[in-house]
Ligand binder design. Structure first.
Ligand code: 1QQ
Length: 423
């Protein structure tokens, strides 16, 4: 009975999800060479005819260790996307997409080993990941040397594509595309005049997040009254917090990965700090909310996607339902939405490029444009960086709630002004 219900749910989900992606393959109009691919072009993107029976893709995610709160979510989402891609014959009737997962454990050396292993296998056409920006900085050069395309789905350090190279694309918005809007809305809502900054100074993402926060605070005339640092793996943040809280900041702004973020939230509250905490992308995990519990209430975090976004498209709703069905009712987080969307973006490049040649596929990835994903309409900009709308969130009742939605329910004059400004 239970299996039957599951099957029925699956069939329903596929019936809803697939038409949006897999267009009527009977209409085989060959696209003009100059045309960009995208949702509008999907009917013009012919069913591929030159693909092998199996298209092998690698995926490097932090499947163990502290960063596995992101990596395991990514893996579950990629598995779901691959299943849907194959069930819908998205790559044609005689081609199957297969993914080989490698665990980078949040560690640069393991990421390099994984990238070396995958790019040394001539059957691997592209690599998804790695999870962390610090892993990407270490491991990506191996792929660039081998000429194998990489599509990252969670790296948010500023300027990575320019720094790394042209075989690197990402489906994840950099912090520079997310934080400025979040700080602007938070400043308006909370009337921030000053803030204290705490960040990890030994991780590429946390350092980049700090730079972006600092610039955004300056742009909103918020004075930084104190700055403190920590290192990855630290567990005691009391000295830094005592110093920052003594300066009476209107908000505590933190750039940290999840493991440290949880301790920082809990220890700040234990010290009696009742003011707002504003976090970067590292906070975007259910693990943070679960382990910080009531201490996380009121936390403000910028993100690329939120399951309660009132403006989300049907693909996003269908993705949530399918993910829940496949994962025991668990609601996907932002990392899952990005990994799922990234897999569909890669599959679209394979399909529309009609080639698994590394260079041709890399070119095809960059051409994906106006493509509807759960993240919204997705394109790469002229620099090859991702473009879609970000979303500011606040934690309420143990969940990330879109800030605009929360502000409307607060309905203070400031909140109404800020909600109007954000919409
Ligand atoms: C990065 C990140 C992490 C917080 C998420 C995986 O954004 O390392 O770039």
């Amino acid at each position: 009975m239970r299996n039957y219900k599951l099957l029925l749910a699956f069939v329903l989900v596929f019936a809803l999800v697939l038409p949006a992606f897999a267009q009527d393959t009977a209409t085989e109009v060959v696209p003009e060479a100059t045309a960009t691919m995208g949702q509008d072009m999907m009917t013009a993107c012919a069913v591929p005819t030159s693909l092998p029976a199996t298209v092998n893709v690698g995926a490097i995610f932090a499947l163990s260790g502290a960063a596995s709160v992101y990596g395991l979510s990514q893996q579950a989402a990629v598995k779901l996307a691959v299943q849907q891609i194959n069930d819908s014959h998205y790559l044609g009737d005689s081609t199957t997409l297969a993914v080989q997962f490698e665990d980078s454990a949040g560690d640069a050396k393991q990421a390099i080993n994984a990238m070396t292993k995958l790019t040394g296998d001539s059957s691997i056409v592209a690599v998804l990941g790695p999870t962390l920006s610090s892993e990407a900085n270490a491991a990506y050069p191996v792929a660039q040397d081998a000429g194998v395309p990489v599509l990252a789905v969670s790296n948010t350090q500023t300027g990575l594509r320019k720094a790394l190279g042209d075989f690197y694309h990402r489906a994840s918005l950099p912090e520079s595309a997310v934080i400025p809007g979040t700080i602007k809305q938070a400043t308006q809502l909370l009337g921030l005049k000053n803030a204290a900054l705490l960040y990890g100074n030994d991780d590429d993402f946390t350092i980049s997040g700090y730079d972006v926060f600092k610039q955004a605070l300056a742009d909103n005339n918020v004075n930084v009254v104190g700055e403190e640092t920590f290192a990855k793996g630290d567990t005691d943040f009391n000295a830094q917090l005592t110093s920052l809280i003594s300066k009476n900041p209107d908000a505590l702004v933190v750039s940290a990965l999840a493991a440290e973020a949880i301790q920082i939230i809990n220890q700040a509250r234990q010290q009696g700090y009742k003011g707002p905490i504003i976090g970067g992308n590292g906070f975007n995990s259910a693990a943070v909310l679960k382990q910080a519990g009531a201490n996380a209430e009121g936390l403000i975090v910028g993100g690329a996607w939120n399951p309660a976004d009132p403006n989300q498209n049907q693909l996003s709703k269908d993705f949530i339902a399918a993910f829940q069905t496949a994962n025991g009712g668990t609601t996907p987080d932002q990392f899952a939405a990005q990994a799922y969307s990234g897999t569909w973006i890669l599959a679209t490049a394979i399909r529309c490029g009609n080639s698994v040649d590394h260079t041709a596929l890399n070119t095809a990835i960059g051409k994906v444009a106006n493509f509807e994903t759960p993240l919204g309409s997705f394109s790469f900009d002229a620099d090859g960086e991702p473009m879609h709308n970000p979303i500011a969130q606040i934690v309420k009742g143990g969940k990330f709630v879109p800030l605009a939605v929360a502000m409307q329910s607060m309905a203070t004059p400031e909140a109404t002004a800020a909600a109007t400004a954000s919409s």
